[in-house]
Design a protein around this ligand. Structure first.
Ligand code: GUN
Length: 299
């Protein structure tokens, strides 16, 4: 049995980032503006701090303006909503991302509702979820966008394929189902209550695991030659006590069966920030009423 092809998310993310940087310089030269992204973090969760720092760094590397707001853990909901209103009104800010999770005193739904849908680069606003569901232009969540681009690295045309997504979150599973439907896949969303999950998974030509359960998907769950996209990032303890990152797919077993697979780390993870940058440029072009630079078509 031949080994699965490893889909290199780091390389694909780097090429998306290059296209974004080229688009940003075109906008600066032809239309005299620079897209700006505001990232808001409430509290000091260490993992979130790392994400936020990386987002800021990549934003400036792509030639865009980055605005960071690090608010204390005891920030009130009202104070956060006031901050969002200011960012909604700022002409320099084209994208707004509030890092999740938020501390308990803040209702994330109210916060997402407060973001101008045209600046909602996470694509979490109900208006953007609705636009995606009915096939109208809008901002689409970054991780699902990355998943589709990664799957297309393995096979350009996904039309007619059976896609099975394990996980029904608003951030990944549900929007990804819409995107794969748009690619003409036959889509199944499976979840913790699905009867005979291995059997359902085995139907998949494109199998996406997005549940946050370390190595849930075993080799026997995978159809020979399938494209496997692993969204999970789980920190587990190794036998020697050190921490290690694993996906939702048992990678070594899966590579013996699948046709192509994304690794963890180095698969879906790097794509999320790359798509956030692309979304920020898209949002900026919509707000300024200028066409999307050609190099971003298809993203
Ligand atoms: N926390 C973990 N992932 C994400 C994301 O994609 N967007 C936001 N806003 N917060 C997150």
């Amino acid at each position: 049995m031949s080994e699965a092809r490893i889909i290199d998310g780091k390389a694909l993310a780097a090429s998306v980032q290059e296209r974004v940087a080229a688009a940003v310089s075109e906008l600066r030269m032809k239309h005299s503006f620079v897209p700006g992204l505001a990232v808001v973090l409430v509290g000091d969760d260490p993992a979130s701090r790392v994400y936020v720092r990386n987002k800021g760094r990549r934003t400036t590397e792509a030639g865009m303006k980055s605005f960071e707001y690090l608010l204390p853990a005891d920030t009130t909901e009202k104070a956060l909503l006031d901050r969002i209103r200011l960012l909604n009104e700022s002409p320099e800010v084209h994208g707004i991302l509030v890092q999740l999770p938020l501390p308990g005193q803040i209702d994330p739904a109210r916060v997402i509702d407060a973001i101008d849908p045209d600046k909602d680069v996470d694509g979490f606003h109900v208006i953007n979820a609705g636009r995606l569901a009915v096939g109208r232009p809008g901002l689409v969540p970054c991780t699902p966008l990355g998943c589709v681009l990664l799957a297309k690295q393995a096979r350009e045309d996904l039309s007619g394929l059976e896609a099975v997504i394990i996980g029904r979150s608003n951030i990944v599973g549900k929007p990804l189902a819409q995107l794969l439907l748009r690619e003409n896949c036959t889509v199944t969303i499976a979840h913790s209550r699905t009867r005979d999950l291995p059997e359902v998974a085995r139907r998949a030509d494109v199998l996406v695991a997005a549940v946050g359960r370390p190595e849930l998907v075993r080799g026997e769950w995978i159809k020979a030659g399938a494209i496997v996209i692993d969204v999970g990032i789980n920190r587990v303890r190794r036998e020697d006590g050190k921490a290690r990152l694993v996906g939702d797919v048992a990678f070594d077993e899966a590579t013996a069966v699948a046709g192509a697979i994304t690794p963890v780390p180095g698969g879906v993870g790097p794509m999320t920030i790359a798509m956030l940058l692309a979304n920020t440029v898209k949002a900026a072009c919509l707000q300024r009423g200028v066409p999307l630079p050609r190099m971003l078509e298809g993203l």
